[in-house]
Write a protein that binds this ligand. Structure first.
Ligand SMILES: [Zn+2]
Length: 199
């Protein structure tokens, strides 16, 4: 039986705080880690420490990487004239997995929310407006198909409407209430190709 405040119980408590983990799955994971001390637990601990100390948000787009600007912002293969606006880094990862997009990104860090009292100043919207000043010809609004996601897309489209930029949004295949991170790569790829004018 596990007694309180032992190092193992401490580890279980910390793991329980992760999304998708309850105390039960945390306990099972700890036991599995102990069984694979050299092949899993020690490499995991070292990688956690490395990531915690070396991975930061890109100053340009908000992506997570060990360099800032990140490897996507720096890549010569990417079209810097097209910016895809997403809510979270997980959405950026989902789009990258679909291999359907060659532009750059802008991670907002959430959505506007009347309910949670989150306004434009809490998101990276000013940085987006600054980035669209020069050389950007298209902004793709790829926020989630939720009420807050759509409200956020509408707000950004309004802020950009007087500039000479094509503003589009993902359409085909995104279910209502759908979150990008949960879509399969094919659906997301189709949604990119079938994007529509946002306003
Ligand atoms: Zn970046």
């Amino acid at each position: 039986m596990i007694t309180e405040n032992t190092p193992i119980e401490q580890l279980v408590k910390l793991l329980s705080k992760l999304p998708g983990f309850g105390p039960r799955s945390a306990r099972r994971s700890v036991l599995q880690l102990m069984k694979q001390r050299d092949s899993l637990m020690l490499p995991l601990a070292a990688t956690l420490k490395y990531v915690a100390e070396n991975i930061h948000h890109c100053s340009e787009c908000g992506n997570l990487d060990n360099s800032s600007p990140c490897h996507i912002c720096e890549s010569q293969k990417r079209d810097r004239g097209t910016i895809c606006v997403v809510e979270e880094v997980a959405d950026l990862w989902a789009i990258e997995r679909s291999h359907s997009y060659q532009g750059v990104y802008h991670v907002l860090g959430g959505t506007l929310s009347a309910l949670d009292g989150r306004g434009p100043e809490q998101l990276r919207i000013d940085r987006l407006l600054a980035r669209t000043q020069a050389g950007v010809h298209e902004v793709i609004l790829a926020t989630n198909a939720t009420v807050d996601g759509q409200m956020t897309a509408h707000y950004i489209a309004e802020r950009l409407k007087d500039r000479n930029i094509r503003i589009s949004r993902l359409a085909h295949g995104i279910p209502v209430g759908g979150e990008l991170d949960y879509l399969d790569e094919g659906t997301l790829g189709t949604a990119f190709q079938a994007r529509l004018p946002a306003a």
